[in-house]
Structure formats: structure tokens, C-alpha cells
Design a protein around this ligand. Sequence first.
Ligand SMILES: Cc1cc2nc3c(=O)[nH]c(=O)nc-3n(C[C@H](O)[C@H](O)[C@H](O)COP(=O)(O)O)c2cc1C
Ligand code: SF4
Ligand code: SF4
Length: 261
Amino acid sequence: MGSDLMNKVGLFYFTGTGNTAQTVKEITKSLGDKGIDCKCFNIRDPHPSPSEFDIIGISYPVYAWAPPWPITEWIKSNNALKDKPCFVFQNFAGDPANAFRRILKTLKKTGARVFAIGQCLMIESWTTVRSQAAVLKLEQWYHEHKHDFGSTSEFAKNIVNLIKNHEYTEVTMLKYRFTWWNMISPFYTRPMLKISYRNSLDKSKCTKCGLCAKMCPTHSITLNPYPVFKTPCAGCFGCVNLCPTDAINSMLTKGKVRYKP
Ligand SMILES: Cc1cc2nc3c(=O)[nH]c(=O)nc-3n(C[C@H](O)[C@H](O)[C@H](O)COP(=O)(O)O)c2cc1C
Ligand code: SF4
Ligand code: SF4
């Protein structure tokens, strides 16, 4: 019992459309069921400092073959991660490219000690690629491959064992994997999104319900009385997908099928 008190886990996450929130809740519950005190926090909301926890979890979706900039900036601004045992769980929809390597490098710079990494495949939320025909293919691909890349429950089981046994051996840095997609990641950073990413509103469809402003992970939407979009945002397509009347568009999303989790 005494040693479990030293295992207070804080799991911090970023999510656009909620897939990451779903996996994080699963991990939190699995750890809780095994007697490990684990609490999860969306970094968009007020949350305690990581210094209040013995072990830190970081979770995020892969966007443009990299971790989203808000989670990277959150890590960089957190001196409290120094020397903390840390695990990372990412979800993606097809190809994560070097996202793990990028997050490991960022965490290494803070002095955090990453002892486990895991990932799972989730449904594609990048609306740009969701034409009617593509969605059928995407969903079929997801069902065929969802067990190929690891699962949330397997990862949680592994984490429970490592924590119970105090096994915090640092994972080795992953090798760089070349893919042409890597070239696109730098265009999905905060400064580049500020220049290139724009949401637009179809006022005739908007009911001013406020859902988009409430869920935006970077607080980039205000209601006046219609939504007003501030930049930079995370380019998560959360507002585009979750707006009940499909009143929001961004890059190449006109006529595309929204992802409704
Ligand atoms: C803007 C954007 C870019 C994405 N880029 C990738 C990618 O490079 N590789 C990938 O496998 N999935 C990519 N995805 C899919 C997401 O990683 C996946 O749907 C994830 O489950 C979304 O999680 P969330 O609901 O927590 O935001 C992208 C999604 C969006 C919205
Ligand atoms: S979620 Fe859609 S309908 Fe509601 S305020 Fe935002 S844009 Fe308008
Ligand atoms: S404005 Fe929309 S796309 Fe940008 S971060 Fe907020 S929810 Fe995501």
C-alpha cells in the first residue's frame, strides 16, 4: 500500500475530436482498477502541475505526421517534468511517421525519463480526406488493421506491470524513418498554421449554439454572437467535424464527410 502511494499518475492529454480523450479514459480506468491512483487532465482546461505526480503520462493524436504543437509546447514549458518517469500514448489513423521520435526528443530535453511508449489506430478525423468513397475505404481499413499497431488495453496492462514493479528503464531513441510525409510536418507548426490555416463559417447554417467555442482545444473560438476564429489554432478539425449543422469549413473540407465520434 505504501509503495502504491508513490505511484500517483497524472495523465495529460490533447484532443481535437475526442479520440484521445476516449483512449486516455480507458487507460485511467485500467490503472484505477489495478489500484493505481491515476487522474487524467485535458491540457486545454485548468490542471494541476505535473510536480504533484510521481509518474507522468502524455497522450495525443498524430497530426501531419507529428505530435500537435499544443502538446509539444506544453511539454517544453514544463520544468516539472525533469527526472519524472514518463509514458507516452499516441493514436493515429494510418501512418504516424516519426511522431514518437519527435515527442521523445522533446521530452528528453526537459529531462523526463520515458519508460514506455504505445499507440493505437483510431478513425480518421482529417476531414480533407473524407470523401464519400474514401470514408468507406477508411473504415474498412480501420476494421482490418485496428489490432496491428497495439491496443489501449494491452498498453494499460503493460503500464500497470511496469509501475507495480517500479521498472522505469528509459526507452531507447527511435531511428528516423524516411517518408515523404515528413516534409509536411513543419507546415503544421504554430507559426505556419498562423499563416496557412483558416476556418470559415456559413452563417446561414450556424445556430449560434456555441458548441465549437466550448470544445476548441486552443480556445481559439469566441462567440460574437456568431463564432469568430482566432489564429493560430491547432488545425484539429474538431469544430469542422463536431458542429451539429456542418457550418464550419477549413482546408478542402467543403462537401467532405464529417467525423462524428
Ligand atoms: C489535421 C489532422 C492531421 C492528421 N494527420 C495524421 C497523420 O499524419 N497520420 C495519421 O495516422 N493520422 C492523422 N490524423 C488522424 C488522427 O490522428 C486521428 O483521427 C486521431 O484519432 C484523432 O484524435 P483526436 O480525436 O483526439 O483529435 C490527422 C487528423 C487531423 C485532424
Ligand atoms: S457549433 Fe456550429 S452551429 Fe454551433 S455555434 Fe459553432 S458553428 Fe454555429
Ligand atoms: S478553431 Fe477549430 S480547428 Fe482550430 S483548434 Fe479550435 S476546434 Fe480545432
